[in-house]
Structure formats: structure tokens, C-alpha cells
Write a protein that binds this ligand. Structure first.
Ligand SMILES: [Mn+2]
Length: 420
């Protein structure tokens, strides 16, 4: 296990410039209210490089000529605090998990950093300065400010894109974990199919997924589950999940389990009572055939952006055939029924690091293929989402065991004898 994380740090050590320090923070759980905190989840770049998932740790490494030195800053043991919150990670355990062998305490961080900057004649400091909203509230931004003030000759460099570049290509260690997450998700989806009945609330069916996630050994959900019946399925991030389902409704579940911080992200849409209407079948099969067409085209070397183009061209033809868009219309007319993108990267984050739909496909990438069609006036919202691994000469559908053909779904749902 440790080899994976050591290997990632070795790759990083080759990317950064000479006479540089790199610093990454594990982060802290944000306060909810009073003395209550949100559950802690480690910063994903920190985890990718260290394999550690404890709060309040700092990784610091410096590169000078051929040498690369690493330190991990940990908390001091506070016996009275441990009675409340449990043990903090000690040196032995941290070394065993991460392979890092030099340790210092958090309260020694500032002094250690200034010593290294001075004695190693450091010229660059790399920090993870990911920033999507013009809000610079992370410890990395605080530190960047302090360094600029105290060492104006040092350049601050953003290592976010360097690490994202590494994270884009999945290694066997990661593929294994994503497969486990998918398997748990599969069990949850099948359980929901099996137990759904018209008249149940969306959240009641969702509870079967929650059950599978907890009993399947996942450590968390990849994201808040979407359980959207009828019209709600046209709202892409609907998550109230509190509508009462009705006979002949379709229900869309966009769900995912997380296993050892690796995520799955699967969508299935099925009729609440186990039988598709003719109209639902027509629309469902357009989405399914569109998805297959996109998947067939996946192989290394293809520009990412072609995936969405292939789908849109397919939809344009098909929606004209069934009269949803005008024969003399343009391809933009489909945006009334399809208004998101077909793919995003998947990994330690559900919408994983690295810009989506940019560049070309490479072996080892894992992403979603999730076409949808949403016809609000007809209460039809359908999305089918699978998780795909790009292989040497094509791709592997990692979620291929989660049924999606109409006969398979109807068959599976018709046998209700083994309901929970
Ligand atoms: Mn998705």
C-alpha cells in the first residue's frame, strides 16, 4: 500500500524545480456550530501523496541538487484530549502508512521552514493553491502570504495542476478501489430496484441504497444521493428526495459509494412499478443507444471533446425522428432536452482533479459516460451513467454488471419474492 504513495511522491519530486520546498496540508474538519464539527475528510492531494487521513498534519519536502528530503509534522500527544477524541497518529503508524521517516511536531513547523529556506537557499515554494471562487481561506493561502511578506525574493508556485496531472492517470491500486466502490453501489442499486413500489417516498427507496453502503463496508457516500421521480428528474442536482412516487413514474437514482476515498458515480433510471410504458421505452432506448455509441468510440488518442459531440449528433438525428425537434432545426435545439456534459473524471473526488473535456484520452483515465434526456412536460427524466476505464486499445466499462437493458430491469423487478 505504502509503495503507491511513495511512488506518487517520487513522481512529484521529479516535477518540482531545484532549490524548492513543497508543502501540503491535510486540513481540519470545519466547525458546524458550537463545539460540533463536520466529519473530517482529508485533502485529496495530501492523501494521494501520503496515504494519511488524519487531521492537522503537514507534509514538507525540499529539493536541493540531487537530494529530496521529506518531513511530516504531527500533533503532540495530549493524553487528556485523547480521552475525548481518540488517539492522534503517532510516528510509527504514520511511517508505516506513508513511508515518510522524518517527523517533527506541528509547533515546530515555522521554525523548520525558515531554517530550510535560509540554509538551503530556497528559491521556490510550491503550495496547493487551488481556487475556484476567489476565496482564499486555506492554510496554503495563509502561508503564501507570510512567505511573500518575509521572503520577497522567493517565488510561490502552485502545484495543484502538477498533482492533478498525476492523478488523471489511474494506477492499479486506484482502479481496484474504484471497482470496490462500484460493486457496493451495484448492490445498492439492485436493492432499490427490488424494493421500489409506487406510493413510496423517494427517500424511502433511497434508504435501501444507504443500507447497502453501510453493510458493504464503504467508508462514505461519494456525494449526496439523487432520488428523483417524475418531473424532479429534470433537475440535475435535485437532492430533496421527498416526493411521493406515483404509478407509472420513472425514478432516477444518481448515487455512489466511496471506498478508501475512491468514488463511484452511477445513474440508473427505472419505472417505479417495474414496467416501462411504451413512451418511456422509446426515450430510454435513445439514451441507452447514445451511451453505447459514446462508449464504443473511447480509446487512447481521441480528443475528450468528441464524446459530447458524438452524443449530440446522435440525439439530433433521433429527436428529429420522434418529432421532439423540428426537421429543419439546428443541433442547438437539443439543449431543451439535454443540458449537461457527457463526462467527468472520477477518482479521489467525484468530479476528479484535472479539467474535464480537455486534451486527449489516455490509457488509465477513468471517467463517467452519462447521457440524459429530460422532457419535463411528460414527466420523463432519464440518465444512464457508467464508469469507464481507458485501456490500451479501447475501454472497459467498470460498472458493466449493473443492469441497464429494459428487459433485464423489467425481469429483475418482476421477481419480488426476495424483497427485503
Ligand atoms: Mn456523474
Amino acid at each position: 500500500m505504502k509503495q503507491f504513495f511513495c511512488g506518487n511522491r517520487e513522481k512529484l519530486s521529479k516535477i518540482i524545480d531545484n532549490k524548492s520546498v513543497i508543502i501540503l496540508f491535510a486540513g481540519n474538519a470545519p466547525t458546524k456550530r458550537g463545539d460540533e464539527k463536520y466529519p473530517f475528510s482529508p485533502d485529496r492531494n495530501f492523501y494521494y501523496l501520503t496515504g494519511l487521513d488524519n487531521e492537522n498534519l503537514i507534509y514538507l519536502a525540499y529539493k536541493n541538487d540531487l537530494e529530496f528530503h521529506e518531513y511530516l509534522f504531527i500533533e503532540r500527544t495530549d493524553l487528556s484530549e485523547q480521552k475525548w477524541t481518540g488517539e492522534t497518529i503517532g510516528k510509527d503508524k504514520a511511517k508505516e502508512k506513508s513511508g515518510i521517516s522524518h517527523f517533527k511536531y506541528i509547533d515546530e513547523f515555522k521554525k523548520t521552514l525558515s531554517n530550510i529556506i535560509f540554509s538551503e537557499r530556497i528559491e521556490n515554494v510550491y503550495l496547493d493553491l487551488e481556487n475556484r471562487e476567489m476565496k482564499s481561506y486555506t492554510p496554503a493561502f495563509d502561508l503564501a502570504e507570510k512567505i511573500i511578506k518575509n521572503y520577497p525574493y522567493i517565488s510561490i508556485k502552485n502545484c495543484y495542476n502538477d498533482i492533478a496531472g498525476l492523478r488523471k492517470i489511474k494506477q492499479p491500486f486506484e482502479i481496484e478501489r474504484i471497482k470496490k466502490a462500484i460493486n457496493i453501489t451495484k448492490d445498492g442499486i439492485l436493492l432499490m430496484m427490488k424494493n421500489s413500489k409506487a406510493g413510496m417516498y423517494e427517500y424511502e427507496i433511497e434508504a435501501y441504497f444507504d443500507f447497502a453502503v453501510k453493510t458493504g463496508g464503504a467508508n462514505d457516500f461519494a456525494f449526496k444521493s439523487i432520488a428523483a421521480s417524475g418531473k424532479n428528474a429534470a433537475i440535475l442536482h435535485y437532492s430533496k428526495n421527498n416526493r411521493k412516487t406515483e404509478e407509472n413514474n420513472l425514478i432516477l437514482f444518481d448515487v455512489g459509494a466511496q471506498f478508501e476515498y475512491y468514488n463511484s458515480d452511477i445513474t440508473r433510471t427505472f419505472p417505479i412499478n417495474g414496467k416501462f410504458t411504451e413512451r418511456q421505452k422509446t426515450i430510454y432506448n435513445i439514451v441507452l443507444r447514445g451511451q453505447k455509441r459514446v462508449i464504443e468510440s473511447i480509446k487512447p488518442g481521441i480528443p475528450f471533446s468528441t464524446l459530447n459531440k458524438i452524443l449530440k449528433e446522435f440525439y439530433f438525428d433521433e429527436l428529429k425522428k420522434i418529432g421532439l425537434i423540428d426537421k429543419n432545426g439546428t443541433i442547438d435545439d437539443i439543449s431543451k432536452y439535454y443540458y449537461h456534459n457527457v463526462s467527468h473524471m472520477l477518482g479521489l473526488e467525484t468530479h476528479d482533479a484535472g479539467r474535464h473535456n480537455e486534451g486527449i484520452l489516455k490509457e488509465g483515465m477513468i471517467f463517467t459516460v452519462e447521457p440524459g434526456l429530460y422532457i419535463e412536460d411528460e414527466e420523463i427524466g432519464i440518465r444512464i451513467e457508467d464508469n469507464i476505464l481507458v485501456t490500451k486499445d479501447g475501454c472497459e466499462v467498470l460498472s458493466k454488471d449493473i443492469i441497464k437493458e429494459i428487459p433485464d430491469i423489467e425481469n429483475y423487478m418482476s421477481n419480488t419474492s426476495d424483497r427485503l
